[in-house]
Design a protein around this ligand. Structure first.
Ligand code: SHN
Ligand code: NAI
Length: 207
């Protein structure tokens, strides 16, 4: 099996072309919109969900079969038609600096979309390198119970304090100690997180 390189891409404002307008295209568009991409759908027909986004101006729709010009300016291309030959043709005309995802062909895709859990800034993704998308979904559902909604504002708490520690604490030993103390579980469930961490902070910072 191939080894993939996992990253979290910033695609805000980047052009994404999604070819096909079925349920798979709709799922890929949802993920692209969540990340702020500039999405264009190319398909003679689209689902009701995609149509809603088009009406709201959240995506653009070219009501046609795909051709070369539709893909030229896209940083990311998703080929999600139900015609394997069309998807394969898309892979063959893509430029080396474009990234393509083929909904029916893991081997020839430049990237796969993992199964995702988002808790504010916490993003947990699972991939099976194409072996079993259903297993990815099962695993994220199991993990989702462990890393539940509480993590959303917990992440804000960690982010704010980490920024402050990095800015204010010059002593490397104290900095490490504070950053390690921050992630100790008991802050997750405390209502008085900030107040209790502040006490610890001041104690560690004592000369
Ligand atoms: C390689 C990859 C490329 C990509 O799409 O990026 C790919 C490829 C294919 N999927 C197929 C089928 C299904 N995919 C799903 C669901 C998901 N598929 C997703 C990702 C990926 N799917 C990438 C690998 C990720 C990995 O390895 O983990 C998820 C995780 C994320 C997402 O789609 O964004 C999302 C779950 C999201 C969630 O709920 O968390 C379901 C279930 C359903 O739809 O309910 C089925 C039907 C059941 C079955 O077939 O297993 C087929 C056969 C098509 C056919 O029959 O023709 C192919 C092609 C092939 O395998 O050749
Ligand atoms: N990667 C994944 O997660 C999954 C992938 N699949 C694969 O994804 C593909 C699409 O699945 P669905 O969305 O369920 O299919 P669908 O049949 O609902 O939608 C296909 C869409 O492609 C459009 N289309 C067909 N030819 C076109 C062309 N030449 N140019 C532009 N658009 C064109 C159709 O108008 C339709 O909107 C299938 O090939 C299936 O094998 C299926 C399930 C999950």
């Amino acid at each position: 099996m191939k080894k993939y390189y996992p990253v979290n891409l910033d695609i805000e404002g980047k052009a994404a072309a999604v070819v096909g307008g079925g349920k798979v295209a709709e799922r890929k568009v949802k993920g692209l919109l969540e990340a702020g991409a500039d999405v264009t759908i190319i398909s003679p027909e689209i689902t009701e969900g995609l149509r809603q986004w088009e009406v709201q101006d959240a995506i653009a729709w070219r009501k046609k079969e795909v051709s070369v010009e539709d893909l030229q300016d896209a940083a990311i291309v998703v080929a999600a038609t139900n015609d394997a030959q069309v998807n394969e043709w898309i892979a063959s005309i893509i430029k080396p600096n474009q990234l393509v995802n083929l909904a029916d062909n893991p081997e020839d895709s430049d990237f796969h979309t993992p199964s995702i859990i988002r808790r504010g800034g916490l993003v947990i993704t699972v991939s099976t390198s194409g072996a079993s998308p259903m297993l990815s979904r099962k695993i994220t559902r199991d993990i989702a119970e462990l890393y539940d909604e509480r993590y959303e504002d917990y992440l804000d708490f960690l982010f704010a304090w980490r920024e402050r520690i990095i800015k204010e604490v010059k002593d490397p030993g104290k900095k490490r100690k504070l950053l390690a103390a921050l992630v100790e579980q008991d802050f997750l469930d405390r209502n008085d997180r900030d107040a209790s961490f502040r006490i610890l902070y001041e104690k560690i910072m004592e000369p």
